[in-house]
Design a protein around this ligand. Structure first.
Ligand code: BTN
Length: 246
């Protein structure tokens, strides 16, 4: 593990390290990112000294068509770890890999594949951003974002949280290659809107679908019961029923 005060993005550093042969489990942590990246081309903003922003190099031993399970495993592991610090609250997960506390997002993940490895095996950068001790957010995020401090009223020691997350990630990611059934069952137990109606939006093609969440398939895809029957989706942004009505 290497910790930096400032980097552009820990995902970029991890991708460079993959090209130089960094092994599975290598971790890059930064106290502040100048150009933190989120999903769907967004920016990830996290104030210095208060949060966790880090990336882990993964060299998964699983068929590439089931790599979506890594996303699910990472989200489950991180959610379990955060739970140890937020009692009596519990986190929930929003497919594929957001973690929520009291209905607001407190953690997001960005997985990026890297093909430039010396051994030519694909490697994955798992980037995690957790809002830990930040007390306020920009106005445009206030309604949707929160931190562990805001929800629990307690300062969380970041090193302890990081250690807990890395430990749970190891277990959950190992589980993805051995027993995906237990992994999927655990994930679904924490899933927001299981058996409820959601909207799945595909921003890049400007379309959407609505349906009832029925679970996850063996590759981590979202099973939706739509008007046209059951379908599995591997991408898209979920809006939950409560948000649909609002
Ligand atoms: C999202 O919810 O949009 C994903 C956010 C991912 C943010 C993390 S912070 C560490 C790593 N480095 C980045 O540039 N992004 C990820």
């Amino acid at each position: 593990m290497q910790a930096f005060d400032v980097v552009d993005s820990t995902n970029t550093v991890a991708a460079e390290w993959i090209e130089r042969g960094a092994p599975h489990g290598t971790v890059v942590v930064a106290d502040y990112q100048k150009q933190g990246r989120g999903r769907l081309g967004r920016t990830w903003l996290a104030r210095a000294g208060l949060n966790l922003t880090f990336s882990v190099v993964l060299r998964p031993e699983m068929p590439f068509d089931r790599i979506g399970l890594l996303t699910i495993a990472a989200c489950l592991g991180a959610s379990k770890a955060v739970d140890r610090f937020v009692s009596p609250l519990r986190t929930s997960v929003k497919w594929p890999n957001d973690i929520y506390l009291n209905g607001k997002k407190t953690c997001g993940m960005l997985l990026e594949a890297s093909w430039g490895t010396p051994d030519r095996n694909p490697a994955i950068v798992l980037g995690i951003g957790m809002n830990v001790n930040q007390e306020d957010f920009p106005a445009e995020l206030e309604e949707r974002a929160t931190s562990i401090l805001l929800e629990t009223g307690r300062i969380t020691p970041r090193a302890e949280l990081l250690a807990a997350v890395l430990g749970e990630l190891e277990t959950a990611i190992a589980g993805a290659s051995t027993d995906d059934e237990i992994l999927r069952r655990d994930y679904v137990k924490r899933m927001m809107s299981f058996e409820e109606r959601i909207r799945l939006r595909f921003a890049h093609i400007g379309s959407e679908v609505t349906g009832i969440v029925r679970g996850l398939d063996r590759s981590g895809g979202l099973i939706l019961e739509t008007d046209a029957g059951r379908h599995v989706f591997h991408a898209g942004e979920v809006t939950h029923a409560a948000q649909l009505e609002g």
